[in-house]
Structures are given as C-alpha cells and as structure tokens.
Design a protein. Structure first.
Length: 162
C-alpha cells in the first residue's frame, strides 16, 4: 500500500526551505576603520600616479613640437588613472562620510583624466592656430585638483592613524 502525501505538504515544505535560505544571517559589514584603510590604500596609489601624470601634462605644454614619447606617456598615465578611478568606485563603502570622500576623490580623478585628454588634444591638434598654441603653452601640470586629492588623502590618512 502506498502512502499519499497530504495535498499541501509539498508546498509547505518548499516554502519552509525557501524561508530558511532567505533568513541566513547577512555577512558582517566591514568596520569603519577597515573601509577607511581600503580607501586610503587606493588614494595612496592615485596620489603616487599623479606625479607622472603631472609630468605628462607639463610635457604637452613645452615649447616646440611634442614628441610621440609624450603622447605614449599621456596615454599610459590616462590608463593608470582610469584603472585607479574604477578601483576607487568599486570599493563598497557603507559609511556616509567615506562615501562622500570616495565620490569627491572620483571627481578629482575624473578631472585628472580630462586634463590628460585635453593636453593631448591641444598638443596634437589637427588645426593648429595661435589660440590653440597659446593654450597648449599654458599647460604646466594637473594643478589645484591634484593638490586637493593629496589633501583629501592626507586627511583620511590622519583619521586612520588615530
């Protein structure tokens, strides 16, 4: 003789199994300090990458023809800053103050990327003219935004040292 399963038993068993799966404890969020140290680590790399990027922008503004070496240097630095900006944005920060710092740093790195692209555009323009040449000769580095990123990193590093 074969036993029959009551009509609602299978459905009830599936529902209970689904609920048990859903109510697993959520993984613990990293502490504020762990998130802060991760952010500072990426910002350390970004600040270090600004030195060669600054030199690449300045090289685009030197008098005379711009070399291919300068173009490669700008391209390389642009790739490096883009990777760092992506890593920065991929940090899963949950603390509001760190999220604000992350967004601010991403904007500053976006500016650095824009400066590299504009420097290349000015250095290797298809329509050279006096205004373009004057703008190109005015290039001397990344400027204030690089300093802002350095100050942001230094402030966060000081907070991590407490």
């Amino acid at each position: 003789m074969r036993l029959r399963t009551p009509p609602g038993a299978v459905r009830w068993h599936r529902a209970a199994r689904t609920l048990a799966r859903r109510h697993r404890p959520a993984p613990a969020r990293p502490s504020h300090r762990v998130q802060l140290l991760a952010l500072v680590a990426v910002l350390d790399e970004a600040v270090a990458a600004q030195t060669p990027a600054d030199a690449a922008v300045a090289a685009c503004g030197e008098p005379g023809p711009v070399s291919r070496r300068t173009a490669r240097m700008c391209s390389r630095q642009s790739s490096t800053l883009h990777r760092l900006r992506t890593r920065l944005q991929d940090l899963e920060l949950t603390e509001p103050d760190l999220q604000r710092a992350q967004a601010h740093a991403a904007r500053l790195l976006a500016y650095d990327l824009w400066m590299l692209r504009e420097s290349l555009d000015l250095a290797f323009t298809l329509r050279p003219g006096p205004r373009t040449e004057a703008a190109r000769l005015g290039l001397n580095g990344l400027g204030r935004h690089a300093d802002d990123l350095r100050r942001l990193r230094d402030g966060l590093r000081a907070e991590a040292g407490r």
